[in-house]
Design a binder for this molecule. Structure first.
Ligand SMILES: CC(C)(COP(=O)(O)OP(=O)(O)OC[C@H]1O[C@@H](n2cnc3c(N)ncnc32)[C@H](O)[C@@H]1OP(=O)(O)O)[C@@H](O)C(=O)NCCC(=O)NCCS
Length: 406
């Protein structure tokens, strides 16, 4: 089986093969650069070709930046368009493409790969761990009253801004700028490169489909938040995404939507974990959380670089014994954290934790506590305090969240 990168000439073959893997006919001719295909980076798109010359599998990666705990930005390949023809499945085609991709990632100097999985059973074997989670928050409008903030002070004050409703087509570059500011402060968020916006590559609001957008402006008139929405079910307000510079702006937008006339409920897609909005509802039980699911999977390809790139929020020392069965690599590292920064070097010391690289990926952004994976039987803790120390160390400044689709 040959795996080769594509050129503009075989874009159609690539898209066709991918659609055949999913048994779906394309909505538009493959040659037309619409939707997410418009952003395809041909040198990061691979075709698996059978000995008889027929393309049988596809995989691609998009170049993004991932925000790490502490605000560091890591260049990552966002793997997508993975498909193998039904006639060639379970013969190692995806396995071959994954090996190829990891070599390419390392050659580019990247140390992480990320993806969204169609099924949670596929990618753990390749070393990916589910690193962020997302869910829907549904609030019946008649129970959507919000309390005044009790504390006062930075980030909890009353809103001093204003909200204007625009049509999606009127937003110009407002959404792009607001999203970019937000994603730099949110661990787990991915960049949306400028060409994604200009090409309309992706789902709404990147794709300029008919939508209303509540744009929030600060007291100086500078846009610092938006909520993009439409009426879904007969009288349900479906919010594609709520993006805000801070929690006050987020709550202001949510309050605006919860006051919308003639709807029975407001459905916030992609509600972040531990969404403070729930604590602002007069009735804590009014918000129903559904569709809780993993979203961004992280694959660590260079453990010391990954651990030193993120920020840390308490001091400590841990010895991690990390096994990477897919790549046949193993390393033991001393992680020393002081004043928010980590040092990570090979060591012979006895380990505190033994873990598979997929589990390191799962805890890397702070979305799951290492002790949960100890309790699940995936991570081995060698001393009584190791799991608790790891929990304290790996925590992020806020739970990681990603809502970018690719
Ligand atoms: C998922 C898919 C790409 C796997 O391709 P493939 O070439 O069959 O995968 P491989 O032969 O390399 O499989 C490697 C291993 O993963 C397992 N595996 C593959 N797909 C799996 C799945 N969907 N669920 C559970 N295990 C799976 C295989 O059984 C194999 O296990 P083994 O090593 O123990 O034998 C292919 O089934 C496909 O195209 N599915 C439909 C489209 C899709 O879901 N794409 C993923 C988008 S994120």
């Amino acid at each position: 089986m040959e795996i080769r990168s594509t050129t503009d000439r075989d874009r159609e073959v690539f898209v066709d093969t991918f659609h055949a893997a999913f048994a779906r006919f394309p909505e538009t001719p493959a040659g037309e650069r619409t939707g997410v295909w418009a952003a395809l980076e041909t040198d990061r798109a691979w075709l698996a070709v059978a000995p008889d010359g027929r393309p049988v599998g596809t995989a691609a990666a998009y170049s993004f930046e991932l925000t790490l705990p502490g605000g560091g930005l890591a260049p990552v390949g966002g793997v997508s368009a993975v498909g193998v023809l039904p006639s060639h499945r379970r013969q190692g085609v995806l396995t071959g493409m994954m090996r190829h991709q990891f070599t390419d990632v390392r050659e580019r100097g990247e140390f992480l790969s990320v993806l969204l999985a169609s099924e949670a059973t596929i990618y753990g074997r390749f070393g990916y761990g589910p690193a962020t989670f997302t869910q829907r928050l549904t609030v019946p409008r008649h129970r959507g009253a919000l309390t005044a903030p009790r504390a006062g002070g930075t980030g909890t004050g009353e809103d001093t801004g204003s909200i204007e409703v625009l049509r999606r087509a009127e937003c110009g570059e407002i959404l792009e700028a607001v999203y970019d500011r937000y994603r730099r402060a949110q661990p787990g968020a991915l960049s949306r490169p400028p060409h994604w916006w200009s090409l309309g590559a992706g789902q709404p609001p990147i794709a300029p489909s008919p939508r209303y957008v509540a744009v929030h402006r600060d007291a100086d008139g500078v846009p610092d938040g938006y909520a993009c929405y439409s009426i879904g079910e007969p009288d349900s307000l479906l919010v594609d995404e709520t993006i805000a510079a801070d929690d006050t702006v987020y709550t202001a937008l949510a309050g605006f939507l919860l006051n919308h006339d003639l709807v029975s409920e407001v459905v916030f897609k992609h509600s972040p974990p531990e969404n403070p909005l729930r604590w602002r509802l007069v009735d804590l039980n009014a918000g129903q959380l559904t569709r809780h699911t993993e979203w961004l999977w992280v694959r660590i390809l260079d453990v010391p670089r990954a651990l030193t790139a993120r920020g840390w929020f308490c001091d400590g020392e841990l010895v991690l014994d990390v096994d990477d069965p897919f790549l046949g690599e193993r390393g033991r590292y001393l992680l020393t954290v002081r004043d928010g920064k980590a040092d990570c070097v090979p060591t012979d010391r006895e380990p505190d934790l033994s873990l598979d690289v997929r589990d390191l990926g799962a805890v890397y952004l702070g979305g799951t506590a290492p002790s949960t994976l100890v309790r699940a039987g995936h991570i081995r803790a060698h001393g009584p305090d190791a799991a608790a120390l790891a929990d304290a160390l790996f925590r992020a400044e806020r739970p990681p969240h990603c809502l970018h689709w690719f």
